[in-house]
Design a protein around this ligand. Sequence first.
Ligand code: HEM
Length: 622
Amino acid sequence: MTIDKVDVDPNSLLSDLFREHPETRAVFNRYGLRGCGGDHGPAESLAFFAEAHGVPLDQLLAEIHQVIRDPVAREAARTQLAEDQRPRLADAIYQPFFLAGLAVIVTVGAAWGAWLLVKIGWTGTFTGVTIHEVNAHGHAQIMGWVGLFIMGFACQAFPRMWQVDLPAPRLALLTWWFMLAGIAARSTAMMASETAWASGLHRAGAAVEIAAVAVFIGLLTTAFFSSRIRMQPYVGFVFAALVCFLIQTVYSSWHIGQLIAAPTRDALLQQVAMFQASLRDIQIHGLGLMMILGVGIRMFPAIFGLPETPDRRGWTALGVLLAAIGLEVFLLPAYQMTGNRNLAYGMLLPWMMLPVGAGLIVGPWRLWRPLPEPGRSDRSGKFIRVAFAWLFLSFGMLLLLPVYQAASGIAFSHAYYGAVRHAITVGFISMMIVGMGAKVVPTLRGIEPDRLPALWPTFVLLNVGCFWRVASQVMTDWLPVFYGVVAVSGLLEWTALVLWAAHLCAVMRGWGKYRQEGDTGWGPVPDQIEAEHRVAAVLAWHPELEPVFVEHGFELIRNPVLRRTVARQVTLQQVCRMKGVDLDAFLEALRRSRQVPDPAGCPAEPPRLVPLNVGTPRRSED
Ligand code: HEM
């Protein structure tokens, strides 16, 4: 399909528009497309882009028309595009975070969790694994799986929603390194809790994790306040989640540090009884739930055509949920400290408030009905809908806890409480990450939806595995034979996540059938070769230039390993300096020898350097 030279309407696809009018991409870049959508642009409509990025559709259409019709504006847009083509770290900052998150979930996350289940099944008791083993898995999952995905998504998406650049992308990348170092150090310390060096290693790991999370939140806060976006409920949810992220990192560092250093088993058990549950509440309800609701309020109307959440309802829900989380975090330790049973019964209040608060947001979406858009063909919608079903199931199970206690005669059922937690960590949070990853990553890479699989095997295995785990774990309280089958759930969930992780990696890295036609991995071929272009980029755009490199003394470029490594890092300017080659002469030789596309189809106006005047970037959403 092609787009008439000027007749652009809200349903036009960005990829079609860019094919016909490549310079209009400059308009979209200013509203957050830069670095996203692959070389050809995403297969999404203008109306969708406008809603997802918070740009008034009329304004977007007016600016596009101006670029198409006005030669001065068009030339300015071309100049901006040439600038935009320089690869920037911020353009795909989500990738290292997502890739590390995938590595965590398939190894120390789901695989290790499955191994723990095998041990539990083998010993026939939930105390068949040590608290340190469970905590090492829990910590890796919260920080390495949920945390890294949130960080990658937030650094990529929020500045674009707020129409500003991510401040200090190098610092953002440094937080990635710190997170990996912190997770590795703390996990090792927990697994080696008996050694003399465990406490020291754990403290060091905790320090870098806290630094990483604090810097990450600082970057997002700076981005938000440098935009002029009005404070809206979704922003409130997002920042509430970020505050919980920091609190839980500090809290978990202290709590697990105490467990590692506990002098006796009694001291260890007392610490767990008093503080472990409230830590999990901050992590799961405070970080996971609040972030998902914030992103949902902002993105689901655009992606799935769900109704917008009115501000008043959004603020009310935020207030109810924050009060609920505050109460549940306070009441259990208070009960453990005072022994006052009324405080324990009081937990029912926050447990009732949680579904009320979440229901205020999710209820009007009527997720029991098919999603209005984009219809049945959308592969991510089913994950999102079922994730909320798991959320409300976990809330229902919490409320039924007193009934369960009375029926089973067990004062505190580890099996039941663990099942509730699994319903929300895997059924809700992980299901949501899988569904949103399946939606967001192909969009960022510009892969058309009809080239993507529906992900049914992942969907079925993850749901069956989660159901099996929740049901069989509860049943172990009644029939010990269920210890023998509970571990099967780990294998099902692990398989589901491995299938999805392999698919997402392939989409992200452009492997196999997800390699885009003409996709060089370095953005569209620029008009001119410049000194600051990377060697690998120049060779990807113009493979015919290899002999020119060799003639100028860069024979090593023929070595495929160096081409995949060093050549990706160094610019033409740097290699010339290193080799003592005259940069200007080399650039001239490259420019002379490259094969340029036939300019017949290009407009022939001479280049004019004028300031970009195709409308001011919109920086406010009100
Ligand atoms: C996908 C497969 C998974 C398996 C097989 C698995 C398995 C386990 C097992 C056996 C335990 C200890 C027993 C219990 O408390 O019930 C556990 C605890 C835990 N899991 Fe997982 N898990 C998985 C995924 C996840 C995910 C995705 C998260 C977080 C998003 C998570 C977070 C936790 C936490 C925080 C704990 C510690 C709970 C506590 O404080 O006692 N798990 N998991």
